[in-house]
Structures are given as structure tokens and as C-alpha cells.
Design a binder for this molecule. Structure first.
Ligand SMILES: Nc1ncnc2c1ncn2[C@@H]1O[C@H](COP(=O)(O)OP(=O)(O)OP(=O)(O)O)[C@@H](O)[C@H]1O
Ligand SMILES: [Mg+2]
Length: 321
């Protein structure tokens, strides 16, 4: 659905996107991540046919974005970072106007506008001037606009920016429901959302591709420790005994809980799961356990690691798999 080869974009001699290549397959939901200024919006504008590249080749839905930009725009629903909404139009007027621009007309057009207003939760606002809407509602109108012509591919630049938590969930469910019919490339800074929604993550930093993998693989391959939180009723040198388990790097005892409960945090090698060994040890020692909770590294940890320029963990592939 998307095929980007050696894409580079320079603004007045400044390189915003530096020789990136990646693919997105039909039906995938791909998170496009990177710190501020990484080049996400620049790449998305090029993919949607709104801005030329400096060099490289980009195909979207089988069309070349440079040679066949009309076909590309018909296949793509693009929601820009700052949506250029007409502030002096009412919501339904605006969406009808946009739908007509995208080739819909008559009854089918009005029905589709009604549908996307429902999907994005702006039906109650349909008679309001866009200029008087809150930021979150403007975002929803921009999303409705991106969806109105039922594009094969949705390119959404921070679609949940400015939305309240309930609405963020609503957009997440919406994207999941679209999955069967649409391919989605979305940028966001809400990594928790990406973990829950996206099949794959493409991460860029300073215009370069830094990671391209499933959220699960990225977090699994991160060279950091897993934490295991325990609450134990046991006396004596509990921490020392726990640290002796193979795979445990370090055990720290946290603040004292209500007697007799003691709280420990184990730092565990990423490839080890020591929970069974902890249970066996507890039985031997006649400790009681009332809590055992494993905390895996999150996508946020991966993001921070890659963005800190600390170098890529060597087992994270940096190119298309
Ligand atoms: N129209 C422009 N003219 C000159 N430089 C630009 C222009 N647009 C973006 N840039 C620069 O290109 C780089 C990439 O910007 P871009 O907006 O693509 O980043 P981004 O990843 O979308 O960041 P954010 O998370 O803040 O939205 C930045 O250094 C930015 O200053
Ligand atoms: Mg941006």
C-alpha cells in the first residue's frame, strides 16, 4: 500500500528526512513515531501528495506520488497536523464541500457525510461554525474529512492531539474498526495508544529510520531489565536469597508495608522469567506471597532509548524486515 524508497527531503539545505525506506502492507495499522522535529509530518505530507520530495521514490496504492498525484489523493485520506479548516463554515457545510471536492455528490454524498459525522461524534455540532469549535472537535471534523471518500489508506498526523481521554479511546476503537477496510499510518506521541492499536511501529529520529518492527518485538529486544514486584511475608535475608536465583541481577527492598509484609523489586535479565523459581523458593523457605507482578519494558522505554541518541540496541533491525 505504501512503498517508500530512499526518500530525502531538504528544506533550504536543511535535511528533514534523510534517505528513509519502508513499506506498509494493505490492512496494516502502522504507528509512525519520533521525537519533535524528527520528520514525521514532512514524510506524511510527501506520502499524501501535498509536498514534493527532494529525492527518492514513493508509491501509494500502486501510484507514484510525484507522477500520479491525483490518483494518490483519491486513494488517501490525509489528516494534516494543523488541519486547514474553513472557520466560517458550518461543520456539515464544510464536510459536504470537502466530499464534493473528493468526487461525491447528491444523496450518496449527504448520506456519507452523515455517516462520518456519526463515526467521529460531531453530529451534535453539525450546525456550529467551525471557528467556534473547541480544538478537540476541530480534530474530529478533520478526521471526518479524511474518512469521507472511504479512502484505502488513511494518513493521520497526530489524530488524537487535543482530544480528551474518552475521545482518544473512541478514536482508537474507530481505527480498529477501520482496520478491515483501510490501511492506516498514524503519527502520535501517545505510546500507550500505539501499543494497543498498531501492528507495527516505524520510528524515525533526526530524519533517519531507527526502528521498524512490531511493538512487542521492540519492547522484547530492548536491552533493559524486566522488573518483578513481590510482597512477601518472610524473615531474615529474603533479598539475598532472591538474588541467588539465576537471572536475577539485583533485589531491592522497598519501604516497609504493614507488618509482616515486605516489598521487594527484582531486576531480572530480559530473557528470564523467574516467577516459578520464586514460588519454589518461597515454598522451601515457608514464605507467604500475596503479590507478584511482572513489569515488562514499554514502548515508551524503547522510544526514550532511541531518542536519547544512545545508539540503537544492536538486535533491533533498522531496516524493513
Ligand atoms: N516548511 C518548512 N520549512 C523549513 N523547515 C521545515 C518546514 N517544515 C518542517 N521543517 C523542519 O523539518 C524538520 C522536521 O519537521 P517535521 O514537522 O516533519 O517534524 P515532526 O516529526 O512532525 O515533529 P513534531 O512531532 O513536532 O510534529 C524540523 O527540523 C522542522 O523544523
Ligand atoms: Mg509533526
Amino acid at each position: 500500500m505504501i512503498d517508500v524508497q530512499e526518500l530525502t527531503k531538504q528544506y533550504a539545505g536543511r535535511t528533514a528526512v534523510n534517505n528513509i525506506s519502508f513499506k506498509v502492507e494493505p490492512g496494516e495499522i502502522v504507528g509512525f513515531l519520533g521525537p519533535n522535529g524528527a520528520g514525521k509530518s514532512t514524510t506524511m505530507r510527501i506520502l499524501s501528495g501535498y509536498m514534493p520530495a527532494t529525492s527518492g521514490r514513493v508509491q501509494v496504492a500502486g501510484f507514484d506520488v510525484f507522477q500520479q498525484s491525483i490518483q494518490v489523493r483519491q486513494s488517501v485520506g490525509y489528516m494534516p497536523e494543523m488541519a486547514p479548516l474553513y472557520t466560517d463554515m458550518k461543520v456539515n457545510e464544510y464536510l459536504r464541500f470537502r466530499a464534493e471536492l473528493k468526487g461525491l455528490s447528491g444523496h450518496a454524498m449527504r448520506r456519507r457525510v452523515g455517516e462520518v459525522m456519526e463515526l467521529t461524534g460531531v453530529t451534535d455540532m453539525r450546525k456550529r461554525l467551525i471557528g467556534n469549535l473547541s480544538k478537540g472537535y476541530r480534530q474530529r471534523v478533520a478526521l471526518a474529512d479524511a474518512l469521507v471518500h472511504k479512502p484505502k489508506l488513511l494518513i493521520l498526523d497526530e489524530p488524537t492531539n487535543g482530544l480528551d481521554p474518552v475521545q482518544i479511546r473512541h478514536v482508537r476503537d474507530l481505527l480498529r474498526n477501520l482496520k478491515s477496510k483501510h490501511t492506516v499510518l498514524l503519527s502520535t506521541h501517545i505510546l500507550h495508544e500505539v501499543e494497543q492499536t498498531c501492528d507495527r511501529v516505524i520510528m524515525i529520529h533526526q530524519g533517519r529510520l531507527r526502528a521498524n518492527n512490531t511493538p512487542q518485538n521492540l519492547t522484547r529486544q530492548l536491552r533493559s531489565t524486566t522488573l518483578l514486584h513481590l510482597e512477601i511475608d518472610g524473615t531474615g535475608e529474603v533479598a539475598e536469597k532472591l538474588t541467588a536465583i539465576t537471572g536475577v541481577r539485583k533485589t531491592t527492598e522497598e519501604k516497609i508495608l504493614v507488618h509482616p509484609w515486605r516489598k521487594f523489586t527484582l531486576r531480572v535479565e530480559p530473557e528470564h522469567d523467574v516467577r516459578d523459581a520464586v514460588m519454589e523458593l518461597a515454598m522451601q523457605q515457608k514464605w507467604r506471597i500475596r503479590e507478584m507482578h511482572r513489569q515488562l519494558p514499554t514502548l515508551e522505554d524503547v522510544f526514550v532509548e532511541l531518542s536519547m541518541n544512545a545508539g540503537i540496541p544492536s538486535d533491533i533491525p533498522t531496516h524493513v524486515l
